[in-house]
Design a binder for this molecule. Structure first.
Ligand code: FES
Length: 147
């Protein structure tokens, strides 16, 4: 059902963890499956992604796609990172079963949310970048306030 590459990135995910004082952090969730993904980006003064890390509370495909997505955006400019689509990530993994396509979308959205956060913090505009759809940060804060 899964390609060898998917299994490899699931069993040995790259770039797991957090980045302290990250340039941008994006957290997104999928309402249907309840999975959550957070991406941290370290971006240098030339707008190049120096490092990327992720934390995924989700399925194996979500872990494999976040692992591959972080690998693919490291060393790229923010503009190039924005162009790394979920389709490109899936292709790099040798494909995903149709029911798992949404998991790769989560990785794309998390990268976009982190780029958005970076752009907001630095008062920048990244051409073609839209506000994150599934950013769950606000939701988390609401919950914290209620608690
Ligand atoms: Fe939810 Fe994969 S089943 S991200």
């Amino acid at each position: 059902m899964y390609t060898e590459k998917v299994m490899d990135h699931f069993m040995h995910p790259r770039n797991v963890g957090e980045i302290e004082d990250a340039s941008g952090v994006g957290t997104v969730g999928n309402a249907k499956c309840g999975d959550i993904m957070r991406i941290y980006l370290d971006i240098d003064e030339n707008q190049v992604v120096r490092d990327a890390k992720f934390k995924t509370f989700g399925c194996g495909a979500a872990i494999a796609t976040s692992s591959m997505a972080t690998e693919m955006i490291i060393g790229k400019t923010v503009q190039q990172a924005l162009e790394v689509t979920n389709k490109a990530v899936m292709e790099a993994l040798g494909g995903l079963p149709p029911v798992k396509v949404h998991c790769s979308l989560l990785a794309e959205q998390a990268v976009h949310a982190a780029l958005w956060d970076y752009a907001q913090k630095n008062h920048l505009t990244i051409e073609g970048l839209k506000p994150p759809v599934g950013d769950v940060d606000e939701l988390e804060h609401e919950e914290e306030e209620e608690a």
